[in-house]
Write a protein that binds this ligand. Sequence first.
Ligand code: SAM
Length: 259
Amino acid sequence: MSNVRAKKHLGQHFLTDRHAAARIVGALRPALGYDTVLEVGPGMGVLSELLLRHTDYQTWLIDIDAESVQYLKDNYPQLGGRLIHGDFLNLDFSVHFPGKLAIIGNFPYNISSQILFKVLEERDRVPEVVGMFQKEVAERCAAPPGGKEYGILSVLVQAYYHVEYLFTVKAGAFNPPPKVLSGVIRLTRNANETLGCDEKLFWRVVKAAFNQRRKTLRNALAVIVPKDRMGENPLYDLRAERLSVADFVQLTNDISQQL
Ligand SMILES: C[S@@+](CC[C@H](N)C(=O)[O-])C[C@H]1O[C@@H](n2cnc3c(N)ncnc32)[C@H](O)[C@@H]1O
């Protein structure tokens, strides 16, 4: 079977380091309460092969690339309808996945943020994510308040998931090698399903706060609530990067009362 030709526009860098592949797959914990694992972007199946050895969950694959899908069909005929040719970003979860599922992947780096936002949309059916991203993106997801990596992605991901940075993977572990380092992270859904505030407003507040991250929140959030109605909450005198998720929840509740 000939190999899949790597296509740059689809972010195709195939992992050749089997030790790293085993660590990624080994980071899944089906005991968290799922019996399905969806791999996004399986390519030539370096992770899929390991996933398919497990009997405590059922493995599904989705890849946008017709050549990869044909390769996987030829090599893993047992997958049948669990191999989807399509765009993960347009996947309708309710069609295939009535229950909870974990998501895993060595994700295409050109659409990292969109993948994370799709996961956030589906957060109530996705208790766990194990994934490889460009190292900077993985670090942004895990970043604590206070630093320059801490931003919209950090707050929104951490609002719903506990984030662990697991390990770094060098460029030489791939064919062709990417220009950047990669980082593997694990996300575990928080026990609390809701944040304790108006969540739509929370998202607006977080985005507005970081859109003008050099300003204090009193200035940055004036697009949502007029300054003269902001009250005395001392959080308004800080910049976005100083606030924890709990602070953003508190601020959202404060703003809700003023609107
Ligand atoms: C970095 S490669 C990883 C391949 C393989 N998992 C590995 O580790 O060697 C990313 C894979 O994602 C696929 N891909 C790119 N965009 C996608 C999308 N929107 N939906 C599903 N798969 C996508 C590519 O075709 C490619 O197979």
